[in-house]
Write a protein that binds this ligand. Sequence first.
Ligand SMILES: [Zn+2]
Ligand SMILES: [Zn+2]
Length: 521
Amino acid sequence: MFLPFFLYAEIHHKYKLIPNFLYQKEPEIFMDFPRRVNPDVKKVPFVINIKDANKFPIVLKNITIKILNPGKKIQKTLFEGREKINTRLYQNIFYFKKSNNLEGEFPIVIEIHYYINKKEKIVTNHNYKKGPKSLWYIRFSKDHLPAEKNWYPGDIHFHTSYSEDDVEFGQSPKFSKELGLASGIYFLGLTDHSYDLDDKDGKYYEKDPDLKKWKKFKRDVSRINSKSVNFVLLPGEEVSTGNSKNKNVHALLFGHDKFIPGTGDSTDQPFKNKPDSKLEKFASSIPLSIAAHPFEGYSFLPALFLRRGKWQNEDFEHVDGIQFYNGLKNQGYFKGKEKWIELLLKGKKIFTYAGTDAHGDFNRAFKVKIPFLKLVESTKQIAGRVKTYVYSSKKPNKKLLIKGLKNGNVFISDGPFINIYYKSINDNKYIIGKSINTNKPGKLVVKTKSSGEFGKLKQLRIYKGNLKEKKEEILLNKNINSFENREIINYNCNGERVYIRAEVLTLKNKEALTNPLFFNY
Ligand SMILES: [Zn+2]
Ligand SMILES: [Zn+2]
């Protein structure tokens, strides 16, 4: 809500006495579409978002895309007509039929032609006057995401139009699915804010004791899932809850039916910021719970006004995992990764998951950087850029995905594929996240893959967590210079309690890391 989150930016909020320099007498109008398009996609989805047209009605006349392909410019009209738009949130989807040989990365311009107060206007991509005017891109990928059979990529932290307040809103679950599918992922973890899911529809300052919005959210998602073949929406919640120091922290919850309230760090009620739930009271009863960006969001202002806190060691006792990769490789990522390893070395089975915290935002994210003053954009926290890959022996539904996530059969990646498994002396195979009780020799197998999009594989590291010495040792450090690699290592843990995990890096600085295999836990 305050600073660290990228989102569809809302610019109409005004407080008395504070001038809002972002304010304009128009609805917010902008396009969204996949940043990368999977090779098998024939119809590429483009979504137009128009917000607050109930206050500033427009007539939409035309939407045209121009793909600046140096070989041959492509121009296509997505919409033509005279559509009166006067609703609070208008989102509509159009499809561009792609020719089979269209491959590569191109700048793209989308002209939106409309009338407001009888004046005719044409804007490109968006109408944020104070917004950046950088070039937008689309990549028609030649290759699928690097993966092997039975691995399903998704974004575990994503906001839809059910998140809405002063400065942000998101994409409808229905169109999120379309955009996600075209970009090559299999699932989206819908983690809308607890302080938004309990609102009255469209009135984010009013709580609804009947939780109609939460119920509608669940129904909406079930309906979409029942019609989907190659995509799953995982309905969840990003709850603002009290940690062991009674400060607000965020947790991602999945698979539960009973809404967990959390308004502590919302701005719904100014100067009321005490947590209204406690992590330790409910987390263990939730099918899947994850610490969300545990070292972000508590900088000075949010800490002061929103009573935001850090995740403490005892807080991690109550969750299955930790999402330190929140779209950015920033301080929060490195601190979070360090904490994850520290907890693993203490003998705790805690898994890592990755997401982007995108609010819609499949191509880029606008962010109100300084309230009332400055808009910036991000091409990092865009949906599906950072992925959680889940293993499933058959095409997973919601239940199987949650099971795989809960069991830690997961690696995270912003590009390459990695898989590590153990083969025992009697040929039993143990996948990522599994425990193995043995004192006999066996084999570790590590498979890695990349593509031109993410760069050749550069370096593979296998780590052994030495619980006695409380440090990680490098079992293998190997330079690679190819798109595919397979390592087989004889390994005997000699009955000791250790964990093994692997990481791979590409020449384009893309990275994948696995959850551990646990020996003698
Ligand atoms: Zn959060
Ligand atoms: Zn979030």
